[in-house]
Design a protein. Structure first.
Length: 475
């Protein structure tokens, strides 16, 4: 592929994009239970128009584009107030939950460098249910992750295990509101109190729940506390492009005070080019997501959000009950909001995921871990509300189909992998990929075999395999 000698016509360009997009899984029919959060055409159009109106404006310099500073302070203050923060709480808009978490962890590291310079190998403590972004942040910023177990009945973080894991090197404790995998809120007051007791920072990952949960509380739901009213919470991340239904690349990271936020900001005057000041990770960035978020939040208002959340929670209740009514399935724990997971003692969840995809429903498989068997995750968002009965009927049919399928030979796969690992086979990754029908950079038609392969690998080999696969995929 080269830049064409002569430019193509608009018709050619958009015809190609239309054809390319036709190969993607559909999200606009409300049958995708991950990745996309669809508030309906009217809200999406508002966000789109605002995004395009600010597509060219550059968020690098608020002195040149002061309107972006106004939009950002408005959006951040709306979220702070929703989470019951006081006038001292501050924050910034980021491109997503991962950037928000990266910044919170980087801030903790630099805070510790200033206040606890004796720590040379800083550690952050998080439950195994916490998001991958904390592991990414630790890898990027040179920190050690100390993983603690979860309660295998409630799937919430085990605070006693966190307490036992604290060492003189600990700088940060993490709680989730909710953890994505099971949709339950960790015991944030106890985690935050533990952090206070030891003079540590405490981050609440409310990327998923930071908009949805406060409106549930306003509607009378009984929810665990997790926001700025909890003493000891020092930072919170909240995504706007998930259950805030704003255009993608909009999240907020917040801090208890400006004094703490100072450690987030990067500046440089050491080169011959312009002075650089970055409150967040990116320098140049379009103002589109920020404008889209401001527009959607103002367009929906509290009433609009509560109408959406009421419908989503009702749909979630019906889906949970419908899954529980299928004898072969069981919901793993009652969720605190509109995310839940279910498993089976008799069915292969990976095969069930593929069977649902064949019927047009995109659901997510989650690997089995100690204390949490292999399962299927469901995120219920607004456009899925209309498909509750269709989803449950497809699930019932898929269960019957999977019951008739021959089982995947997991033990045989493990034996082959073990032999290759024992022999230090230099072609391990190519041969493992070939076992499940992957050649070169092709995408598999179904995920059951590759998911079984990955789940059968030790964690470090699994990570290396994924690196090799994606390194080839983007060839």
């Amino acid at each position: 592929m080269n830049i064409p000698a002569q430019g193509k016509s608009p018709e050619e360009i958009f015809e190609f994009l239309k054809i390319a997009k036709s190969h993607d899984l559909r999200w606009d029919d409300g049958r995708m239970y991950a990745y996309v959060y669809d508030p309906g055409q009217d809200v999406m159009e508002i966000g789109k128009q605002a995004y395009l109106a600010y597509m060219v404006e550059n968020g690098l310099d608020p002195t040149t584009f002061p309107s972006l500073l106004k939009l950002e302070t408005d959006v951040v203050r709306m979220v702070i107030n929703l989470l019951r923060g006081d006038e001292n709480v501050v924050g910034n808009v980021t491109t997503g939950g991962t950037e928000s978490i990266l910044l919170a962890v980087k801030t903790a590291r630099d805070w510790a460098r200033f206040y606890k310079p004796e720590i040379t190998r800083p550690e952050i403590i998080l439950c195994q249910t916490a998001h991958h972004a904390f592991h990414k942040a630790a890898q990027y910023f040179g920190l050690e992750v100390v993983l603690t177990p979860f309660d295998t009945t409630t799937f919430r973080a085990d605070v006693d295990a966190m307490r036992a894991a604290i060492t003189p090197n600990t700088i940060l404790l993490v709680g989730s509101a909710p953890a994505y995998s099971q949709g339950v809120v960790d015991p944030i007051p106890q985690i935050a109190a533990l952090a206070q007791q030891h003079g540590l920072l405490c981050h609440v990952d409310a990327c998923v729940g930071g908009i949805h949960l406060p409106f549930m509380r306003k509607m009378g739901y009984d929810l665990p506390p997790f926001d700025w009213t909890v003493p000891g919470v020092t930072s919170i991340s909240t995504d706007l492009h998930k259950f805030g239904y704003c255009p993608k690349q909009a999240s907020v990271v917040m801090y208890r005070s400006r004094e703490l936020r100072r450690f987030q900001i990067f500046t440089s005057t050491r080169t011959t080019c312009y002075t650089l000041i970055n409150p967040t990770i990116l320098s140049t960035k379009t103002g589109g997501p920020l404008a889209g978020a401001w527009a959607v939040m103002n367009y929906l208002g509290e009433e609009g959000y509560m109408n959406i959340i009421r419908a989503v929670q009702d749909a979630t209740e019906r889906m949970v009950a419908g899954v529980q009514a299928i004898p072969e399935l069981k919901v793993m724990v009652r969720p605190d909001m509109c995310l839940f997971a279910f498993t089976s003692d008799t069915l292969d969840m990976f095969q069930l995921t593929d069977a649902m995809l064949a019927k047009g429903f995109t659901v997510q498989s989650q690997f089995g871990k100690p204390g949490a068997p292999r399962n299927i995750h469901i995120s219920v968002q607004y456009s899925a509300v209309k498909n509750v009965e269709a989803f449950l009927e497809a699930l019932r049919q898929s269960v019957e189909e999977v019951k008739q399928m021959p089982p995947i030979d997991v033990e045989g796969m493990k034996a082959q992998l073990g032999a290759m690992l024992a022999s230090n086979d230099p072609a391990l990754f190519e041969k493992a990929a070939a076992m499940v029908g992957i050649q070169g950079n092709n995408l598999p038609s179904g995920m059951a075999l590759i998911s079984t392969l990955l789940e059968s690998m030790p964690d470090d080999i699994q990570s290396q395999f994924l690196v090799e696969y994606f390194n080839n995929l983007y060839a």
